[in-house]
Design a protein around this ligand. Structure first.
Ligand code: SIN
Length: 291
């Protein structure tokens, strides 16, 4: 499919004309994904602000906040407003806070977390609905995070491809991702890592919109079709969903927060800043079984 076909009415038709916000400001990064939220101190939110943040997340898939000064407890408490907190099956966490995952890379690192396109822990039976990353230290340049709308990726597929994918399911596995991944950080491997079967196209429980739900990180094969066909279809879908038309890119500053919805967005962290240091914490909110 040509790029001009992708930027046509099918893309425009999935954007929503939002109602005005009253207690926060919402500055879109692109028409399809990403918005910077102003006027909100995440440590002190009114109920009305919390409602509007929920709405801004649903409308923009990922939202960003600048100049936040949160204690670990305030970060956790903000996450709890959206649901029970998720425990990562492998990654290191802050001492005494298993729900506070450490995101860190520095001169001793050979990789950074989340370097490839993925939806967080999609290998869980009930993968996380959202992730709230609070970056406290970042390099002067680089270390951006890219986000891509899986609504837009689904919407831009041909009707024939949509019909083909309808009802298909795929295996998502944590084994090849997590085994040995955090050895350098002193985290011992578990005997096994999660594995689950999810629909290739899922319906978002809040918006009712369809989103592609396979990712390079965790998805290993589509079930019910030959292996080579699965490989070909997954390769096509990964290339398709990585089209920059579906993306926004966030440039971090110290004390920025990104909150993304794993049910309809994928993300990729840029590992382009070695030997600089980037450090923060992620609070992850539990989700439901994808349908
Ligand atoms: C992740 O949670 O996948 C890491 C994202 C990032 O470090 O930007």
């Amino acid at each position: 499919m040509s790029l001009s076909a992708l930027s046509g009415p099918r893309i425009r038709s999935i954007t929503e004309a939002g109602l005005p916000y009253e207690t926060i400001t919402v500055e879109k990064l692109t028409p399809l994904i990403g918005a910077e939220i102003g006027g909100a101190d995440l440590a002190r939110l009114s109920n009305r602000q919390m409602d509007e943040i929920h709405r801004a997340l649903a409308e923009n898939l990922v939202i960003f906040f600048r100049d936040q000064h949160l204690t670990q407890e305030q970060h956790l408490e903000f996450g709890r407003q959206f649901g029970e907190l998720h425990l990562h099956p492998a990654a290191p966490h802050e001492p005494g806070h298993p729900e506070l995952m450490i995101i860190k890379a520095d001169e001793n690192s050979v990789r950074a977390n989340g370097e490839g396109w993925h939806s967080d822990v999609s290998c869980d039976e009930e993968p996380p609905m959202g992730s709230i990353l609070y970056i406290k230290e970042c390099p002067p340049h680089g270390g951006d995070t890219l986000f891509a709308s899986m609504y837009a990726a689904y919407d831009a597929l041909s009707d024939r491809m949509k019909a083909y994918l309808e009802g298909l399911t795929a295996i998502h596995s944590g084994e090849h991702v997590y085994r040995g991944m955090f050895a350098k950080e002193g985290v011992a491997d578990k005997p096994s890592y999660p594995k689950a079967v999810h629909p290739v196209v899922r319906t978002h429980p809040m918006t009712g919109k369809k989103a592609l739900y396979v990712n390079r990180g965790f998805t290993t094969r589509i079930l019910g079709i030959p292996v080579d066909e699965s490989e070909g279809i997954l390769r096509y879908l990964y290339e398709h969903m990585e089209n920059p038309l579906f993306q926004c890119r966030f440039r971090w500053q110290p004390n920025s927060v990104a909150f993304w919805d794993n049910r309809c967005a994928q993300h990729r962290a840029m590992w382009d800043y070695w030997p600089q240091r980037r450090y923060g914490n992620r609070v992850t909110v539990k989700g439901e079984r994808p349908v």
